[in-house]
Design a protein around this ligand. Structure first.
Ligand code: 2AM
Ligand code: CA
Ligand code: CA
Ligand code: CA
Length: 283
């Protein structure tokens, strides 16, 4: 029996349809998100909508691709050992879907319309499809490895800014990582007087999509996970930008400290982080 031909195009179609359906449902739940739970701290929020969105995405994707591995924020165990095990299994798998069912939960809870669904597919550790969907603006960002990045069908290109002084940067604060806060505060203090301005809007995936679209010149954040960055990293690479860790090493799914820019200012951003020792801890 011949194996069915699955092209990257059908991977992308499933990613797009899934993100669109989850996004529509999430939007319908704005203001009525059910039980609000705290994970580890009062700053780390999760709602029934995060879990429902992930369940919906997982069901759709595993129906189409039952042999693929699924790595989603809300189904990764909180217990450290079990968590490591899940990551190790995902790293071994041939195809892994890396999913954040709502990136920007705090915004979602507060009704601040800047959150997204992030869906990426990695093949042997390399991201080959990346989709970020912003249901509030109905903006769909799509990238396929080697085929470019698009927002609603229009090709994206990173911004032209060559100097920090003409750059709009963004960052964020994953709040329960107390150890990442002091270096990031030093970084913030160093960047503010050197750049045009800084935005910190609460969805790493959407910030990265905005770098790809040329709306932001660059982004850095410490303490992220693969589901925050996988889709955004491919969007940026396919739009002509650059993504590394805060030490300048090429992006992988294991990177937690991210620098993502239009490429032109990448070295300048890394230099500032190094100067203030704002790269965050080694892992
Ligand atoms: P989330 O909304 O999916 O949790 C904001 O700075 C970014 O950090 C968002 O992408 C947010 O994703 C993520 N984030 C929030 N809390 C976090 C935590 N406790 N650990 C790691 N990342 C977190
Ligand atoms: Ca979260
Ligand atoms: Ca996230
Ligand atoms: Ca999330």
């Amino acid at each position: 029996k011949p194996t069915p031909i699955v092209t990257s195009k059908s991977f992308t179609a499933v990613a797009i349809n899934t993100a669109a359906r989850a996004g529509e449902w999430i939007k319908s739940k704005l203001g009525s998100y059910g039980q609000l739970n705290l994970k580890a701290s009062g700053q780390d929020l999760v709602t029934e909508v995060d879990k429902g969105s992930e369940a919906m995405i997982r069901k759709l994707i595993t129906t189409y691709f039952p042999t693929h591995t699924f790595l989603g924020e809300e189904s990764v165990p909180l217990d450290t050992a079990a968590r490591q095990q899940t990551f190790a299994e995902a790293a071994e798998a041939e195809y892994v879907w890396v999913v954040d069912p709502i990136d920007g939960t705090t915004n979602f809870v507060h009704g601040f319309p800047f959150f997204s669904i992030s869906i990426a597919l990695a093949h042997k550790g390399e991201v080959i499809v990346g989709v970020v969907y912003d249901p509030s603006r109905d903006e769909l960002f799509v990238a396929e490895k080697g085929k470019g990045a698009y927002v609603h069908g229009k090709r994206m290109q990173v911004g032209p800014e060559k100097q920090l002084s003409e750059s709009l940067l963004s960052t964020g604060f994953p709040v329960d990582h107390v150890h990442t806060l002091p270096p990031n505060m030093r970084a913030l203090q160093a960047f503010v007087p050197q750049v045009r301005n800084i935005r910190t809007s609460g969805s790493a995936a959407l910030h990265m999509a905005y770098v790809a679209a040329g709306r932001l010149s660059g982004f850095w954040e410490v303490g992220l996970n693969a589901w925050d960055t996988a889709a955004g990293a491919l969007l940026i690479q396919e739009a002509g930008g650059k993504v590394t860790d805060t030490r300048g090493e090429p992006y992988t799914l294991a990177c937690r400290h991210i620098v993502a820019t239009n490429g032109h200012i990448h070295g300048q951003v890394l230099d500032v982080l190094e100067e203030v020792d704002g790269q965050g801890p080694a892992s």
